[in-house]
Structures are given as structure tokens and as C-alpha cells.
Design a protein around this ligand. Sequence first.
Ligand code: SAM
Length: 290
Amino acid sequence: MAYLGNPGNTIAALQKYNFNFQKKYGQNFLIDTHVLDKIIRESKIDKDDFVLEIGPGIGTMTQYLCESAGRVVAVEIDKNLIPILHETLKEYDNVEIINEDILKLDLMSLIRQNGIQKPMKVVANLPYYITTPIIMGLLEKHMPIESMTVMVQKEVAERMQAGPGIKDYGALSLAVQYYTRPQIVANVPPNCFMPRPKVGSAVIRLTRHKKPPVETKDEQLMFRLIRASFNQRRKTLANGLSNAGNLHFTKEQIQRAILELGEPAAVRGETLTLEQFARLTDILKQILDE
Ligand code: SAM
């Protein structure tokens, strides 16, 4: 079977099956072997690894993954792609193709059924319309994942990597950085895909922390505080938190906590580090328990 990662072979595979791209599924297939090589290198997979690929498309990257990894599970929502995948991957006996929506897949039972012991590696050229729910779903559910090497919209990759004081810094940056160490490893222009997306792309590797970099007594409360702080970016932290519907602190309690944190009363959430959010959480929790 010819490798698919170039325009000619991709077009041939699409024509053979009379495949029509479905915009609603964010289908932009990779047609650049350099980018494919780079993703495989940066994902650091070897024959001991179990890899989850989200959205294999016609199997372009899956072929590379099958060559490098021990086992590959590829989850594709579009049923029209399944017969194509069966053909393009027929030479590999270490791949399982699942026709399912990744957001609905019971990953834990899949891991159990396959008797997988080692944390898996996720490698994907993600459908951009659901990048955040996919990544946050995998992280928040504490799935046994060692790393995720994923192609996302460039802007989203920058948000994941941003720190305080940078315009892109927000709830996604803090959540991703609580669970992982993000590192953008490649920028990928639109002409590496078929059809070309309207936005630039980047490959980001998220390496899971063995232990979160900060400790808090209440992880859920911390994320509620973070979300509330960035929901109302223009407001001060005190106003943002006291207006949030799902937090039940008085304005006085919040002001006291900010003071205890050692920050000025008019501080904005976007200047706080992850560590400060963790400390603020613990201070507010203690105030509640008084
Ligand atoms: N991996 C292929 C490549 O690099 O050429 C295709 C990547 S394309 C950007 C995204 C793929 O994700 C498409 O094949 C699309 O059908 C699939 N997809 C979209 N939504 C999905 C979902 N909810 N669950 C699983 N796959 C999905």
C-alpha cells in the first residue's frame, strides 16, 4: 500500500471511494510527509506504546503510527471513512478502527478490554471544532495518558502555552498547565492540508505531570474560580468572583481573601499565576469553613 501522506496518493484514495469532505466534522487531511515525520518524532512513541488516534480520516497518520507504535486504536466518527480505513490500513495487524464519536467513547472500558497497563499516548490531527472539549475531557477525567501530541489551531496552541500578562492567557492555559507541560513543537501552514483550512495550525505536545505543579485543597473550586475570573475579563477579580452564579462568596469574603493573598483590591484575574489561584482557593475554602 502506498503511503498516503502526499497529494497524489490522497487524491487517488478519495477518488476511489468517491469521498466527499464533511465540513461539519472538521475534515482537513494532512498531505505533507515532513509534517507527518515531525509529529511522529515529537510524539516519542515506540513499540512499547499504546496510541490513541482521534479522527484518523483516511488513515494517513495512522499508517505512520502503526509503523512506530505497539498498538493503535483509531476513533473516527464519519462512517463513510471506515471502509477506506480498512483498505488503507489492511497491512497492519496492530490497529483497531472504531466508528464512534470520541466525546461519547467509554475510553476506560476500552483500556480495560485491551488489558493496557501503561499510560497511553494520544496522537491526533484534531477536528478543530471540538479541540477544547476533547483535550479537557481527557485531562479532567484523569485518563491514564502520558502525553498528547496534537495538531490544533495555532491560536489555541498559543493559548494553552500562555502565561500571565500575555493576551492569550486564560482558563484554558491554566487548566492545561495544571495537568500538563505544554510545548509547541511545530507551526503548520494551511497548504499542508487538503482542503486547506482558513486558519494556521500548530502541533503541541502536552506532557502529563506526574503530580500537578501546585497543590490545592479543592481542585473543583479552583477551576470554578478560574473560569469565573476569565468569564468577565474586564472586571476586577473581586467583581468577577462575586458576580459568578455558581460561587457563593460575599464580596467581603472575596476582598478579604485577595488581601490575604497579598494582592491589591483591584487586581485582575488575568495577572494571577496558577500558584496564586491555588492559594486563593485554599484561603476561600478556609473562610467558608470558619
Ligand atoms: N488524521 C487525519 C489526517 O491527519 O489527515 C484527519 C484529520 S481531520 C483534521 C479530523 C478528523 O476527525 C476527521 O477525519 C473527522 O471526520 C474526525 N472527527 C471529527 N469529529 C470527530 C469526533 N467527534 N470523534 C471522532 N472523530 C471525529
